[in-house]
Design a protein around this ligand. Structure first.
Ligand code: SAM
Length: 336
């Protein structure tokens, strides 16, 4: 066995990779317009998804290479059958120190007690509007109250919760301050994310009028200059505090990509493809490897060399796309 405190996953830019994000399904029960088309979605047949056994084997291999943190996302991860059993199995894997989930909160509430008991380390809840009608316009589903119940349930249980709001010009920019005010009396991190063109169609909704600089100036002009917090350099969010507020605020330059220099993450898509970067088109079909007769050690070596192909940043990764030049696939397959 390798010493998992020493990572074997170091890229050509000397970044250590210790964080794996896994899309456990491509299915979703919302239809956020910036992520998925309203109709005509071809979901993957079940056999195209990695089984739980395959996911666990892969995490064990990754863990032996120094991966310490896992995030499960999708699609909507709670749509995957027996999702709680996957969480329990991952929690038992030696070397995995943190298990996080990104969810839209629609099917989450009923699992909160068990999640707390299992020791889930953090939950990112996607919430793009605090207005029921606007929520419906953005998500094309009537689930606002359910999601708010999940948010309150997370907070009541003292669970580590973050809110992710994708900031979209003219769609919810009038709600940025309302959203930030959730942090006044709630122990939550409210994070504002730049919209990216990953929406499952070639039509770009992203006008990038609301980049990280504009989001910050909107917050500054309302609250007075925000206090910048120190945070882990690998955190894509720059964190701020309004003096006196219980929670904090974060801004994620997902499209401007100013954080790539400290990137510590790698992704596994719902189709079993490894992505070195959100913006690349997939660098390894790991499902094929897992379904061949390759040994764990063989797969380890392939993963080590895959990380050697990491580009310097998201711009280089995007430029390098060979098959599909446009970054138009849906985040639900990539795993946002
Ligand atoms: N269903 C879960 C959820 O809603 O949180 C997990 C998957 S979702 C794809 C993960 C995150 O990606 C969400 O916070 C979502 O808002 C974000 N996302 C999806 N498409 C995006 C886009 N085009 N630009 C920025 N963020 C996006």
């Amino acid at each position: 066995m390798r010493d998992s405190s020493k990572s074997a996953l170091i890229d050509p830019w000397n970044r250590t990779i210790d964080y794996l994000r896994i899309a456990v399904t491509d299915r979703c029960n919302l239809r956020c317009f910036y992520c998925m088309p309203a109709e005509g979605i071809d979901y993957l047949p079940k056999k195209e998804l990695l089984s739980y056994e395959e996911i666990i084997r892969l995490i064990e291999i990754f863990s032996s290479l120094g991966i310490k943190k896992i995030r499960l996302t999708g699609g909507e991860p709670f749509l995957r059958k027996d999702f709680m059993s996957l969480l329990e199995s991952i929690k038992r894997i030696t070397g995995i120190e943190a298990l996080h989930i990104t969810t839209n909160g629609v099917l989450t509430f009923q699992h909160l007690d068990q999640m707390k008991a299992i020791g889930i380390d953090g939950v990112n809840l996607s919430l793009d509007s605090l207005d029921k009608e606007n929520f419906h316009k953005i998500t094309r589903r009537d689930e606002f109250e359910t999601v708010m119940k999940t948010l309150n349930g997370l907070l009541e249980r003292g669970m580590n919760a973050k809110i992710n709001m994708v900031v979209m010009h003219g769609k919810n920019t009038h709600e940025v301050i309302d959203m930030a005010e959730l942090a006044v009396d709630k122990k939550v991190s409210v994070r504002f994310i730049e919209e990216m063109p990953f929406n499952g169609s070639n039509l770009s909704t992203s006008k990038q009028n609301w980049n990280h600089t504009r989001i910050l100036s909107e917050l500054n002009s309302h609250f007075g200059t925000l206090q910048k917090l120190n945070s882990d350099p690998s955190n894509p969010a720059t964190l701020y505090k309004v003096p006196g507020h219980i929670g904090n605020l974060g801004i994620i330059p997902a499209y401007s990509r100013t954080f790539c220099g400290a990137c510590n993450r790698i992704r596994l898509t719902a189709t079993g493809t490894i992505k070195n970067c959100l913006y690349d088109e997939g660098v390894l079909d790991v499902k094929e490897l897992l379904r061949s007769d390759r040994s764990d050690e063989d797969i380890r070596q392939v993963l080590i060399s895959t990380v050697q192909k990491r580009e310097k940043d998201g711009f280089a990764a995007e430029k390098n796309r060979k098959l599909d030049k446009s970054i138009s696939e849906s985040m639900s397959t990539i795993g946002g």
